[in-house]
Design a protein around this ligand. Structure first.
Ligand code: PPS
Length: 201
């Protein structure tokens, strides 16, 4: 199990997230993109961030493939490792929200329980779950990294949608029918959702 540090106390600090974020005319929060491999999570998150930057906002992207090269390089794709992967990313996104940023999180994040834990780490209204809903058949036909082919051939075990579970969101703040629109249209829907919530000023 985890060893807990002792004699560690919370340090109160003077500058809070609201103050940090006023510099950028935004309300900090998490845009949590979830969906199958190849659904388009990273593509849409990337386009959203480009728009946010063009509008003068301050954001940061946490992307599965990238974070797994560094912070989470010790983790694989068993259910236990995915749980730990998402737990760490949820903690990091909480820190970035505290820094006043709009955080775009792009991980398969296949389990409802871990997405709920991520939601609970930030304040009410600060977490927008974005379901990048692309049918498995479409993801598999795209197969941008050739991973579905390998999974079907048994060369990759525990592949999401093939022999590892994906639990779709039941009540996401934003449900993108991502097989039916262009990435630009989907990014625009996300920006509109942020505006509608008053997160951009
Ligand atoms: S998870 O489930 O949230 O922990 O996954 P994540 O950190 O987002 O990593 C998903 C990317 O890793 C590649 N990959 C796999 N995905 C699913 N299952 C297995 N077994 C696997 N092995 C490697 C894959 O490229 C995923 O990238 P995306 O961008 O989602 O396509």
């Amino acid at each position: 199990g985890l060893r807990r540090a002792e004699n560690i106390h919370w340090q109160a600090l003077s500058v809070d997230k609201a103050t940090r974020a006023t510099q950028k005319h935004q309300t900090p929060g998490v845009l949590w993109f979830t969906g199958l491999s190849g659904a388009g999570k990273s593509t849409v998150a990337n386009l959203v961030e480009k728009r946010l930057m063009a509008l003068g906002h301050h954001s940061y992207i946490l992307d599965g493939d990238n974070v797994r090269h560094g912070l989470n390089r010790d983790l694989g794709f068993t259910p236990e490792d995915r749980v730990e992967n998402i737990r760490r990313v949820a903690e990091v996104s909480r820190l970035f929200v505290d820094a006043g940023l709009i955080v775009l999180v792009s991980f398969i994040s296949p389990y409802r329980a871990e997405r709920r834990l991520a939601r609970e780490k930030v304040a009410d209204g600060e977490f927008l779950e974005v379901f990048v809903d692309t049918p498995l058949a479409v993801c598999e036909a795209r197969d941008p990294k050739g991973l579905y082919k390998k999974a079907r051939a048994g060369q990759i075990k525990n592949f999401t949608g093939i022999d590892s579970e994906y639990e779709p969101p039941e009540a996401p703040e934003l449900h993108l029918n991502a097989g039916e629109s262009t990435p630009d249209e989907l990014a625009e829907q996300v920006i509109q959702a942020l505006r509608a919530r008053g997160m951009l000023r």
